[in-house]
Design a protein around this ligand. Structure first.
Ligand SMILES: [Zn+2]
Length: 280
């Protein structure tokens, strides 16, 4: 299964309409395809069991669809998702697809990778990196920086494409070690950072970042700092709405999480205006 929002061709993120709230994105399309292929209904563990908004997966009283940002990025994100990951309401790859127009999403397969994934990895428009801790890769594959303007054939500029393995830690390790089609790619190993802000799933190690946090750090490395900050603030808003809904408490619309998102969007807007439409 592969999904990408098909309304804009590749490289059109900066020109995309700012209101992208009604379009199904790559992860929602993958979720729909996964649900259609299911032999029994999926029941999320833990979370609430009430009706959910199709756009944001929250209960209607806590819907955050109106807050969906649209960030301008030079880089793109390719999510390789473990089997039921697109179905989990706590999945944060969804937030990346909400915000970053050039987000691709594929269900992972060891032996039958989606031809569209292979074509994407082979597309000279992109400069792909597998994002994973360097200690699990051969040293010669490991890089710690990103070339935002890699030169391709005939002087063309290649845009960074971050391949994120979206699943539990053990699923991600399996995807990393059993995907021969990823072996030619460099492995982007992120430097240790502070503790994860993600509070919706328990992690055995405190430095295990959730997928949207990893994407935000990758965007920073690619020079898309304003987009990274917005994505990080958007995770804060999602976390707030999710936990308030779970605890049957109202949304604090004027609270810290919303303020941080407003500030990040304002910074992004001013940066985009000053750098002009070429800031793709
Ligand atoms: Zn919603």
């Amino acid at each position: 299964m592969s999904c990408r929002r098909t309304i804009e061709p590749a490289g059109r993120a900066a020109d995309a309409p700012t209101d992208n709230r009604r379009m199904p994105h790559a992860v929602s399309l993958l979720r729909a395809a996964r649900l259609a292929s299911a032999t029994k209904p999926f029941t999320a563990r833990g979370g609430f069991k009430r009706e959910r908004c199709e756009g944001c997966r929250l209960v209607p009283t806590h819907c955050m669809c109106a807050l969906r940002p649209s960030v301008h990025t030079r880089a793109a994100v390719c999510l390789l998702m473990a089997d039921i990951e697109p179905l989990k309401p706590t999945n944060t790859g969804w937030l990346i697809a909400d915000a970053v127009a050039d987000t691709f999403a594929f269900g992972w397969s060891r032996t039958q990778p989606d031809p569209a994934l292979l074509a994407l990895l082979d597309d000279p428009a992109w400069d792909p990196y597998v994002v994973f801790p360097g200690e699990y890769a051969a040293p010669e594959r490991v890089v710690n920086t990103v070339e935002p303007h890699a030169a391709g054939h005939h002087g063309a500029i290649r845009r960074p494409l971050f391949i994120l393995l979206d699943g539990t830690w053990s699923e991600a390790r399996k995807m990393f070690s059993r995907s021969p089609y990823l072996n030619p790619m460099p492995v982007l190993s992120l430097a240790p950072a502070g503790a994860s802000q993600y509070r919706l799933r328990r992690s055995r190690c405190g430095d295990h970042f959730c997928t949207s946090e990893v994407a935000a750090r990758c965007l920073d490395l690619a020079g898309d700092e304003a987009a990274g900050t917005t994505l990080q603030a958007y995770l804060g808003v999602f976390t707030h709405h999710y936990l308030q809904a779970k605890n049957q408490l109202p949304v604090a619309w004027q609270g810290a999480a919303h303020r941080q998102l407003d500030e990040a969007l304002a910074r992004q807007r001013s940066g985009h205006l000053s750098s002009g439409p070429s800031a793709t």
